[in-house]
Ligand binder design. Sequence first.
Ligand code: ARG
Length: 275
Amino acid sequence: MKQLKFLFTVTLSALLAIFLTVACTPSEEAPTADTGATEDAPAETLIMATSADYPPYEYIPSGSTEIVGFDIDIANYITEQLGYGLEIENIDFNGLLPALQSERVDFVMAGMTPTEERKENVDFTRVYYDAQNTIVAAAGSGLTTAESLNGRRVGAQLGSIQEGDAREIEGAEVVALNRIGEMIQELKVGRVDALIMEDTVAAGYVEANPDLEFNTIESEGASGSAIAFPQGSPLLEDFDGVLEQMMSDGTMEELVTKWFGEDSPAQAEAAEAEE
Ligand code: ARG
């Protein structure tokens, strides 16, 4: 009986191998929802790139080496649903789009906003979480509106929509920095007067640094986060489908509460984390 089962497994694996070879030619990098993952054959592993400097979306808690966060939970959920393995690469935000365009990675989750400009080069799913821009500055500094930043040094993340928005502010001298942690440091030592940051991230940093405050500002254009793929990626539709399911069956809400909720310890802990 054991032998029979073995034979059956071998035959099945062989058939599967032939099927996969045929199905995957000529474009081997074009997986569909059916990855052919079985107990014997491990699932295909997708490579996701992120910029793990963005608590609570993605960050490395102090004393840890593992990237965690809202985006990571979503990525794990989706890839699990679709039968893929997941490997995560940490690169600066500014390097994420090039990594996608050269197809060095399968997708990007980094609290990334689907702007019209980016859509010219990469494809996006629906927006899974919304956000607004804020000004982060020393508490009581009075730097609470775009107008108040005239003549000031304003920090923003290199390559982010916040950098673009900062450049729109009349009279502001923009300092573009690679990582969010650096930006907070520069603000705390006074090398910049204010930062443009998303409310969802600013909240955590301000909670961890009571000498700072944040104020929401109006900004035109796209906002929120979506998952990005190389143009024409066949994965997009499947990912978007799972996102839709997560947003209608309460899974997303659970994750939002876990990472952004009032009593979520994740936020303060996140902001205190070294990068
Ligand atoms: N939502 C903004 C953008 O797309 C900022 C995202 C920054 N993300 C990060 N992981 N640092 O430009």
